[in-house]
Design a protein around this ligand. Sequence first.
Ligand code: UD1
Ligand code: CA
Length: 454
Amino acid sequence: MTSALDIVILAAGKGTRMRSDLPKVLHPLAGRPLVSHVIRAAREIEASRICVVYGFGGDAVPGALADDKLTFVLQAEQLGTGHAVQQALPHLHKSGVTLVLFGDVPLIRPDTLKPLVAAAQAGKLGLLTVVLQDATGYGRIVREHGKVVKIVEHKDATEAEREIREVNTGVLAVPTAKLAAWLGRLGNHNAQGEYYLTDIVAMAVADGVEVLASHPGDAWEVLGVNSKAQLAELERIHQRNIARELLDGGVTLIDPARIDVRGELNCGRDVSIDVGCVFEGSVALGDKVTIGPHCVLKDVRVAAGTRIEAFSHLAGADIGEDARIGPFSRLRPGAVLAREVHVGNFVEVKNSVVKAGAKMNHLAYIGDAEVGAKSNIGAGTITCNYDGANKHKTVIGDNAFIGSNAALVAPVSIGDNATIGAGSVIVKDAPAGELSLSRAKQLTVPGWQRPTKK
Ligand code: UD1
Ligand code: CA
């Protein structure tokens, strides 16, 4: 029988070297706070409780994570990692095991955590260590006859100990009752005057508890963020990993180093993505979708066979099959486009349903509207949806033809097969099948002379 697993995520530190007012663990990696990545990994190993220890920045951390399944524990003063875990103790199951994670080590994978939890379940102390070329700053793993006997922090280490390249990642798992006893005995007589969590390793050894060191599959999993440079480095590693997964799934990436996924990107077969694209939130691309260079897609669904051309910005839109969007198109939330719709350059569509085969190829604003199937929206057409106080709807029927530069003043409707003359300001409903226009009559002034320079 396995005992209850609780996870404690340490996230109280200020992160001085970030040089920012935002608590370190809230800085975004791939569009989400650092600590959210750690929480996601924690969730995948089914803990009975996940405690987040916060401190610097006050309620900013709980506020940003707002989640009733997390237990937030305040560490009012940051007196060290051991002190931080101690704050969480009252919330932990006494007969269970505890896994400690760092909120600023975002790329940790659940599979790496499992052996540690298993060690703790077996009554041992599971410790995640890694061998680094440059171990500067890290706690060093001191071994005797091959067995881990203690951890010394860099600042407390002797010259000889500083030669050790096996370092503490900060991640460990241990039976909670033992953890509680050891934490109660921690002192702060060290170079930093802090209560070090790492001191429990020597206590475990003294108590005859075996320390089992395991290692991450990849060293990048345990890299921490202490500065903007490290944050940028981890972002690149994370994006490289995502690009690799997309390639493995059969997606064509013109350059895997030039894609950014800040959320979930799901792709069908034979999807191709050109350089410089950013995907945010939840994006789904159907079979044979192609995305041109430098597009931004946020919370968008694109159905099979559709082409998104260069420099398009799409957010909260739903695009049907075999549509053609861009270059330079903007789709805003509530834009629902049916199959074979064409939206061209400098066209903005917001909160509108556009039916199959409708075209709006140049310079238009379609907002709070319905556009019927196969209708043609001329260049410069504007749905005047806003009267300064309220929004109103424009309804355009099927197979309508809206001449260039028409202003459709909502609420207004244009019937099926209606034609609107270019340059018209339409304030009354235009009947089906007829030509409607409102425009000053053209006149010619005979003999008129252009002024000349005096
Ligand atoms: C810690 C480890 C070190 C390890 C390194 C790995 C200790 C004493 N040292 O050192 O062995 O090699 O991580 O990156 O544990 N935190 C709190 N409250 C505090 C202090 C820290 O919540 O009072 C949090 C921080 O927000 C951070 C984590 O604990 O998420 C680690 O703290 P940090 O000060 O970065 O520890 P290091 O000196 O890097
Ligand atoms: Ca650190």
